[in-house]
Design a protein around this ligand. Structure first.
Ligand SMILES: C[S@@+](CC[C@H](N)C(=O)[O-])C[C@H]1O[C@@H](n2cnc3c(N)ncnc32)[C@H](O)[C@@H]1O
Length: 297
């Protein structure tokens, strides 16, 4: 697979008519280096003057902001997801110091900015979204980190020029119609001895089975499989992983996902059955996530 040809092709996405104005807006901003605080809210700080009304106008051009929160010189971006909750859940389980790290499905890079607190050797994000890359580029115009953002998908990982010590793949597996193939690809992306941190929607139960939503799950049309933890373990073993460890399970609540002023669309409250919040509007078990660590061995 010729990744450079794919990069060149996808680079043209930045010229799309909905994306080009975002690129021009970012380029029009002052160019200075700001401190980037890797805290629950990823925050930019500087003494340099900046037109805050213009900055807000540009940030709002990039809505919806799903992952965060961010604080751009005092402009608080209250994203749909409190991604700090997921990050803080995983935080005690990893140490990225000196490691080559990939975040697959990195969205606007919220977790990648947070990884920097560990001083990893390298951070690479994969996400085939020109909008989310533009959000990343807005933050990174000022943070000026060495994070590499690739407009590539998980399907390109086996062909990537480098292997990784640690791969995060959060909230992506349920979007893949062939989950075992995706897991094999993650394994191929690892150095020997490497590990993956993964979360996915799960259903309760001890049997190795998965829910296959007919049209949508929680109003998300591209959710293909929602496994029990046992089914997830079997997928990982079939993909060649040697160790599978459950780090925990978390029911999604409106503390973590809710409509804010920074998205225009529906959120969790619209996805659940109003008469019974233990079910989605489709009648499936409400969103619950399993967090696992899997090792190449
Ligand atoms: C549900 S979000 C999860 C974002 C983040 N990892 C998290 O857990 O908060 C799924 C992300 O996967 C990205 N995505 C879509 N297709 C992908 C693909 N083929 N490979 C990797 N990521 C993809 C989307 O753009 C989106 O940012």
């Amino acid at each position: 697979m010729d990744l450079n040809a794919i990069r060149a092709e996808r680079g043209k996405w930045m010229e799309w008519k909905n994306i080009a104005p975002l690129r021009e807006a970012i380029a029009s901003l002052p160019d200075f280096h700001a401190e980037c605080l890797s805290e629950n809210t990823v925050a930019l700080r500087s003494d340099q003057p900046i037109d805050m009304a213009n900055l807000e106008r540009i940030a709002r051009m990039m809505m919806p902001w799903r992952k965060g929160p961010f604080d751009l010189f005092g402009l608080f971006i209250d994203t749909e997801w409190r991604s700090d909750l997921k990050y803080n859940f995983l935080r005690p389980h990893f140490n990225l110091r000196g490691k080559k790290v990939a975040d697959i499905g990195c969205n606007n890079g919220y977790y990648m900015f947070r990884f920097l607190e560990d001083a990893p050797a390298k951070v690479v994000g994969f996400d085939p979204s020109a909008l989310f890359k533009s959000q990343f580029d807005l933050i990174n115009r000022f943070a000026k980190t060495d994070i590499v953002y690739e407009l590539l998908g998980v399907e390109h990982l086996p062909y990537y020029e480098e292997k990784f010590d640690v791969i995060f793949c959060l909230g992506v597996l349920y979007h893949r119609s062939d989950p075992v193939a995706m897991l094999k690809g993650l394994r191929q992306g690892l150095e020997d001895g490497g590990e993956v941190y993964l979360d996915t929607f799960i259903i309760d139960g001890d049997d190795p089975v998965a829910l296959c939503p007919s049209e949508s799950y929680s109003k998300i049309s591209n959710v293909y499989f929602v496994p029990t933890l046992k089914a997830l373990e079997n997928w990982c073993i079939r993909a060649g992983f040697k160790e599978f460890e459950v780090l925990g399970t978390v029911v999604t609540t409106s503390d973590e996902q809710r409509r804010t002023d920074w998205i225009e669309s529906q959120s969790l409250e619209d996805f659940l059955d109003p008469a019974d919040n233990s079910k989605t509007v489709e009648g499936y078990p409400a969103p619950k996530r399993g967090y696992v660590r899997i090792k190449k061995g």
